[in-house]
Write a protein that binds this ligand. Sequence first.
Ligand SMILES: [Fe+2]
Ligand SMILES: [Fe+2]
Length: 143
Amino acid sequence: MIKLKDEKDREIILKHLQIDMNEEFKAVLQYICHRISAKSIDNGLAEAFKSASLDEMAHILFFSDLITKYGGTPEFSTWDIDKSNDIKVMLEKDIELEQAAVKRYEKQIEDLQDYPELVTILTSVLNDEEDHEVVFLEYLKKQ
Ligand SMILES: [Fe+2]
Ligand SMILES: [Fe+2]
């Protein structure tokens, strides 16, 4: 069980986690759309989208479980996603998502140093996002 210093920390952490969970939902949906649209164009890329999407799904559950653990209730927002069927646009939009995620998690890791269990989870998620960015950038170079 993660012990929080005070109610203010609990509120700040829950706010971060709600954003994280919803951003991960956005990534899952966007990458699944891209997997479907890319399938007939580039099967290798379609598989890369699927693989990233599955990672993002695991991330949703890390964050939703943490919200519950801290006594919060997961709140679902609306998810505005890219639905392009142009490979280059898809990759650019996905790289944007990954770069925003990397920035968000780096900042949270910095801010939440008092909570090692959170830092461990955020670091593992951050490593996945960095891997996704590398894969998407490689595919973008080939376009
Ligand atoms: Fe993620
Ligand atoms: Fe990612």
